[in-house]
Design a protein around this ligand. Structure first.
Ligand SMILES: [Zn+2]
Length: 337
C-alpha cells in the first residue's frame, strides 16, 4: 500500500490508464494505484528479463476455454530483454510477499455483506473487523483506500445497529405487504385481472374465427376464378386484400397471446414473493440467501440515509411509502446472552 501511495503521489500513471491513453477511457480508481497492481508487478518475472510462456493451455482444439498449468510446466526463457529489476531483488521481494500472504484476518460473514453500496461514488461499503470495544463499522471502501487523495467521504456507520434496524425495516415491509394483500381492493383487482384474462382469450378466439371466414372467402373466389366467373386480375386483387386482412388478424393474435403470457408470469412472481414473505416473517434470524432474494442492493448516503432496492416491485412500493430509513448514529449495545 505504501508503494502504491508513493506512486500515486508522484502522479505516475497506472498501467490501465497508460495502456488506454490512446483510447481515452478513464480508470475506475481515479488514476490512483492499487495494492493489487503493485503486487502483480512485483511478482511478474518479466521485469527481470525472463519471458514465461505456457502458463495456460486450451482445454481442447475446438474449445475457447483455457486451464492454468502448474509452474513446473511453464516455459521460462531468461535474458530475453533488458532487466529492470535484478534477479536478487526479485527473489527478495518474492520472499516478503510470501511471508505476508495469509496474515490478514479473514472477515466475518455479515448478513448484508456485498449488498451495501456507497450512494455517492457507487463503490462498495466495506464492513471492518470489530474494534477493541466490539463495534463493527461500515465505510466506503474507496474512501478507505483513497480518502487521502480526496476521493469520496467516509459514509461511516455502526454495522450492528444498522443490521438490527434493517431487519426491522424488512419485517415492517413484509408485514405491510401482507396486510395490503388482504385488503379487498387488491382482491377486486385480481378479479378484474381474471375477467381481463377471459376477455383476452375471447378476443383471440374471435380473431381465429375471422381468419377462418377470410380463408373460406378465398376458397370460394378460387372456385369462381376456375369457373371463369371472375377475371384473373380481379382474383389477384381480392386475394391480396384478403391475405393482408389475415396477416393483420395473425399479428393481433400474437400481441394478445404475449399479453396473456405476461400476465401469467406476473402471477408466478407474485406467488414466489408471497412464499418468500411468509418464510421471512417466520424466521428469527434470516439467512443471507433469503435477504439476497429480496434485495438487489442497499445504498448509503453520506448523511446516513439508506435507500433499499428490492428485487420485487410490490415490496419496493410498500417500502417507498414508509418513512425514510436512516442509520442511527447511536452506539451498539451488547445484549446479555
Ligand atoms: Zn464512496
Amino acid at each position: 500500500m505504501q508503494i502504491a501511495d508513493y506512486l500515486s503521489k508522484k502522479k505516475i500513471p497506472i498501467p490501465s490508464d497508460y495502456n488506454k491513453k490512446k483510447r481515452g477511457t478513464k480508470s475506475l480508481t481515479y488514476g490512483l494505484w492499487q495494492q493489487s497492481t503493485v503486487r502483480f508487478i512485483l511478482s511478474n518475472e518479466i521485469y527481470t528479463g525472463t519471458v514465461i510462456q505456457g502458463k495456460r493451455k486450451k482445454v481442447s482444439f475446438k474449445s475457447k476455454k483455457f486451464i492454468d498449468l502448474p509452474e513446473e510446466d511453464w516455459i521460462k526463457v531468461e535474458n530475453m530483454h533488458e532487466a529492470i529489476i535484478s534477479k536478487e531483488d526479485f527473489e527478495k521481494v518474492k520472499k516478503v510477499i510470501k511471508s505476508t500472504k495469509g496474515s490478514r484476518v479473514v472477515q466475518n460473514d455479515y448478513l448484508f455483506k456485498g449488498l451495501l453500496r456507497c450512494h455517492d461514488c457507487g463503490g462498495y461499503i466495506g464492513i471492518r473487523s470489530p474494534d477493541k470495544n466490539g463495534n463493527i463499522y461500515g465505510r466506503c471502501q474507496r474512501y478507505g483506500r483513497f480518502g487521502n487523495f480526496q476521493v469520496c467521504s467516509p459514509h461511516n456507520f455502526n454495522y450492528q445497529v444498522f443490521e438490527e434496524q434493517m431487519l426491522e425495516v424488512l419485517r415492517q415491509v413484509c408485514k405491510e405487504y401482507k396486510n395490503k394483500k388482504k385488503l379487498e381492493e387488491i382482491a377486486k383487482q385480481t378479479k378484474f385481472k381474471q375477467s381481463q384474462e377471459i376477455d383476452l382469450k375471447k378476443q383471440i378466439d374471435s380473431f381465429k374465427q375471422d381468419i377462418e371466414k377470410e380463408t373460406r372467402k378465398l376458397e370460394v373466389m378460387y372456385e369462381d376464378r376456375l369457373a371463369g366467373i371472375i377475371s384473373l386480375e380481379e382474383y389477384i386483387k381480392n386475394a391480396n386484400r384478403i391475405k393482408e386482412i389475415v396477416k393483420g388478424y395473425e399479428q393481433s393474435i400474437k400481441e394478445f397471446e404475449q399479453k396473456l403470457s405476461g400476465e401469467s408470469n406476473n402471477e408466478k412472481e407474485k406467488i414466489r414473493l408471497d412464499d418468500l414473505v411468509e418464510e421471512f416473517l417466520k424466521l428469527k434470524k434470516p439467512s443471507k440467501e433469503i435477504i439476497r432474494e429480496f434485495i438487489e442492493k442497499i445504498e448509503i448516503h453520506s448523511d446516513k440515509q439508506v435507500d433499499i432496492y428490492f428485487n420485487f416491485k410490490p415490496l419496493q412500493q410498500v417500502n417507498d411509502n414508509l418513512k425514510k430509513f436512516i442509520c442511527a448514529k447511536k452506539k451498539y449495545e451488547k445484549k446479555a446472552v
